[in-house]
Design a protein around this ligand. Structure first.
Ligand code: RAM
Length: 361
C-alpha cells in the first residue's frame, strides 16, 4: 500500500529492543484481569517445523473477532475466510456482539469442542481468554491472535497489523503537526482492556513525554467500548468537560467514525482536530466535508488473509511459531515469524482528501 509514513517517522521505530520489552510487558498487564501467563514468550511447541510440508487440505479455521458487528472486524474476517478457500479449507466467523473482557470465552470452548484446526482471535482482553486458549493448544488446536493480542503464552502467533510502536507514536506525531505542537488533547479509545489500543496508548504517552510536545497536554482518555453510541456520547462529554480541547486521537475505527459524526453536527466542527484509525468507507464523508483532515489504517483484508495463511502453516506443521521461521502467505508472499511469535503485516497508510477515493473498504 502506497502512501507510507515518511522515513523520518519510520526512524522512530529504531528502538526495537526497548519497544519489544515494553510490548511484552503490556500484553501481560494491559487488562484488569489477573495475569498468570506472564512467562515472556509465545506458547512453546515440542514439534519440529517442516518448512517443506504442503498445506493440509480440509483445514477448519475459525475467526473469533472482538465483536461481530464491528465493520472493521467483518472486513478482516471475510478476507480471511476467502483465503481459507484458496487452500481448500473451511473458514467461519463466530463471536460476541459486545467487546467486553470475557465475552469470547464461551465461543472458544465451543470451537474446541468442534475440533477446529485453528482458532484466530482478536482478543478483548490479554488474559481473560487464556485458560480456554491453553486448553485448545493442549488438544493440538493452533491459536493465532490477530489485531489484538493475548498474553504471549496463550497463543502461538500474533499477526500484528503494523509495528505497535509505529502506530502509537505516529498518531501523536500526526496530531501534533496538525496542532502546531500546542494545546490540550484527549484519547477516545475502544474498551479499557483491549490489548491493541492499550499498547498503542502506551507508545502515545511515551511519545508525548518528549520535549517536542511540552506544550501539548493529554487531559483525558475515555472509552467508547467500540460501541457507536457510547463513543458518540463520550466525544460529546469530552468536549463539554474540556472546552479548551484542541485535538482528539481515536485509535479505533468505531470510535473515530462516531466522533466525526458528533463533531460534524456540532459547533466544534473546524475547531477540534480529530485524527486516529478509521476505514476509508466510514470516514470518506467526514474527510470530504472537512471534519477530518487525515487518519490512518492498514489494509484489513490483508490482515485477515495473512492470518489465515499463518494459521494454515501452523496447522500443517510448516512452522511452530518460533522466531525466524518462514512461511508463504499466498499472494502476499513470504513472511518471517519475529520475536514472541509476532508477524507484522506492514506499515499503515495515511488517508486524506487527495487519496481517499482510491480506497474502498
Ligand atoms: C476497531 C477495533 C480494532 C482496531 C481498529 C483500528 O475496529 O478496536 O481492534 O484494530 O479499530
Amino acid at each position: 500500500m502506497n502512501q507510507r509514513f515518511p522515513a523520518r517517522r519510520r526512524r522512530a521505530a529504531a528502538t526495537a529492543a526497548a519497544v519489544c520489552a515494553l510490548a511484552v510487558a503490556l500484553a501481560g498487564c494491559g487488562g484488569t484481569t489477573k495475569n498468570d501467563n506472564d512467562n515472556g514468550g509465545a506458547a512453546k511447541s515440542d514439534a519440529k517445523a517442516d518448512p517443506g510440508a504442503p498445506l493440509k487440505k480440509g483445514l477448519k479455521l475459525a475467526f473469533l473477532p472482538k465483536q461481530i458487528n464491528n465493520p472493521y472486524e467483518k472486513i478482516v474476517d471475510e478476507a480471511g475466510i476467502t483465503a481459507v478457500g484458496e487452500f481448500g479449507g473451511k473458514g467461519k466467523e463466530v463471536g460476541p456482539s459486545d467487546a467486553s473482557a470475557s465475552s469470547q470465552v464461551s465461543y472458544i470452548n465451543t470451537l474446541v469442542q468442534q475440533r477446529q484446526d485453528a482458532i484466530l482471535i482478536a482478543a478483548n482482553d490479554p488474559n481473560a481468554v487464556c485458560g480456554p486458549l491453553k486448553q485448545a493448544m493442549k488438544k493440538d488446536i493452533k491459536v493465532v491472535a490477530y489485531d489484538s493480542d493475548t498474553a504471549p503464552a496463550c497463543r502461538q502467533l500474533f499477526i500484528n497489523q503494523a509495528s505497535s510502536e509505529e502506530i502509537g507514536r505516529s498518531q501523536v506525531q500526526h496530531l501534533a503537526e496538525q496542532l502546531d505542537y500546542k494545546g490540550q488533547i484527549a484519547i477516545l479509545s475502544a474498551t479499557q482492556n483491549a490489548t491493541n489500543q492499550n499498547t498503542w496508548i502506551r507508545f502515545m504517552k511515551d511519545e508525548l513525554s518528549k520535549p517536542a510536545y511540552k506544550n501539548m497536554k493529554l487531559v483525558k482518555t475515555v472509552y467508547g467500548d467500540d460501541d457507536d453510541q457510547k463513543s458518540f456520547q463520550e466525544t460529546q462529554g469530552l468536549l463539554k468537560a474540556y472546552p479548551k480541547l484542541k485535538g482528539i486521537i481515536a485509535p479505533t475505527t468505531v470510535g473515530i467514525a462516531a466522533a466525526a459524526r458528533y463533531i460534524s453536527g456540532s459547533s466544534y466542527g473546524g475547531k477540534v482536530v480529530l485524527n486516529g484509525l478509521g476505514t476509508p468507507n466510514q470516514m470518506r464523508k467526514y474527510v470530504k466535508d472537512g471534519t477530518v483532515e487525515q487518519f490512518a489504517l492498514w489494509d484489513p483484508k490483508k490482515l485477515g488473509y495473512l492470518g489465515s495463511y499463518a494459521a494454515a502453516a501452523l496447522a500443517s506443521g510448516q512452522i511452530t511459531g518460533a522466531e525466524g521461521e518462514k512461511f508463504k502467505a499466498g499472494k502476499l508472499g513470504e513472511y518471517t515469524v519475529g520475536k514472541n511469535g509476532e508477524v507484522i503485516l506492514g506499515p499503515p497508510t495515511v488517508f486524506e482528501k487527495s487519496n481517499i477515493d482510491k480506497y474502498h473498504f
